[in-house]
Design a protein around this ligand. Structure first.
Ligand SMILES: Cc1ncc(C[n+]2csc(CCOP(=O)(O)OP(=O)(O)O)c2C)c(N)n1
Ligand SMILES: [Mg+2]
Length: 329
């Protein structure tokens, strides 16, 4: 993991920092609540939590402009919240209710928002990578200056379709940022056990795609790197790779026995590198916020999350007739 850098360069306003704190906290509390609802049997099927990785998507969203697109894997709730999708609609979808983004028929891995330019939510490992390049192709064709953030994991980075996509994206100078969220595990397999070269960001070299490694526990470092990548893409220079080193605190999904790593490893990361605690300390030491201010923020975030759970529980199950809508005949 790259050296800790955040505390040294708070070249950012208190207001901005507070916003990142709120955005990351919303994701964390939302995911904790989703975990609880899963335990209560209110969420079924697969559910992959984003806890620990919050700085990645919050930092990158800070580098976007209106109209930019995003597409990701099944570990997608954080991306939805960070791009401004409504917590109520996301929680209702997780619980399979009518008020959800896919009317309760998609669940955790299948939500979309045309309004927020969020293109899913994809359960097949790596499948979103060529789709992301396709979105960027459409933007290039329309010459509208938009950029697509295509997120995938360290495990997905070993998929063949990623390299077919790199080739075409480079050949056609597509405005796509490939964000490799390296949380160091693919299900129960550590990166060193599955991946021949540990520096995944260098894998674009054969195609002439620049790449860099980013400290994904530092929201400001992520935002900086995101801005460099966006600038490159908007200038018409083609794709860019960001390998963002992060860590997931919870299991791969809700049904993970977690036998492949020690409790101490997770605890150490939480204690020493937590992205939210990191910003919390910056807010306090920079005198941008008092303990009281932070308590008020906690309360505000909890209220949003509790309201989303109430909304989800009160929303009805989809009508049986919905089985026959939104399908290809
Ligand atoms: C094509 C395909 N192969 C296997 C799986 C089963 N599977 C789901 S997630 C996953 C691991 C992916 O790890 P990574 O890309 O690092 O993402 P992370 O879960 O860590 O976010 C696997 C093998 C799948 N969904 N699709
Ligand atoms: Mg991974």
């Amino acid at each position: 993991m790259a050296a800790k850098r955040a505390a040294k360069k708070p070249n950012v306003s208190g207001e901005e920092l507070t916003q990142y704190y709120k955005d990351m906290l919303l994701i964390r509390r939302f995911e904790e609540k989703a975990g609880q609802l899963y335990g209560m049997g209110l969420i079924g099927g697969f559910c992959h939590l984003y806890i620990g990785q919050e700085a990645v998507v919050v930092g990158l969203e800070a580098a976007t402009e209106e109209g930019d697109k995003r597409i990701t894997s099944y570990r997608d709730h954080g991306h939805m919240l960070a791009c401004g999708m409504d917590a109520n609609g996301v929680m209702a979808e997780l619980t399979g209710r009518e008020g959800g983004y896919s009317k309760g028929k998609g669940g955790s891995m299948h939500m979309f928002s045309k309004e927020k330019h969020f293109y899913g939510g994809h359960g097949i490992v790596g499948a979103q990578v060529p789709l992301g390049a396709g979105l960027a192709f459409a933007d290039k064709y329309k010459d509208n200056g938009r950029v697509t953030f295509t997120y995938f994991g360290d495990g997905a980075a070993n998929q063949g379709q990623v390299y077919e996509t790199f080739n075409m994206a480079a050949l056609w100078d597509l405005p796509v940022i490939f964000v490799i969220e390296n949380n160091q595990y693919a299900m129960g397999t550590a990166q060193a056990r599955s991946t021949s070269s540990q520096d995944i960001y260098k894998r674009g070299e054969a195609f002439g795609i620049p790449g860099e490694m980013v400290d994904g526990m530092d929201v400001l470092a992520v935002k900086d790197a995101g801005e460099r990548a966006v600038k490159h893409c908007r200038a018409g220079k083609g794709p860019y790779i960001l390998e963002v080193k992060t860590y997931r605190y919870r299991g791969h999904s809700m049904s993970d026995p977690a036998k492949y790593r020690t409790r101490e490893e997770v605890q150490k990361m939480r204690e020493e590198r937590d992205p939210i605690e990191n910003v919390r300390q910056m807010l306090l030491t920079g005198k941008h916020a008092s303990e009281e201010d932070l308590k008020a923020i906690d309360k505000e975030i909890k209220a949003i999350v509790n309201a989303s759970a109430d909304f989800a529980k009160e929303s009805p199950l989809p009508d049986e007739a919905e089985l026959w809508t939104d399908i290809y005949a």
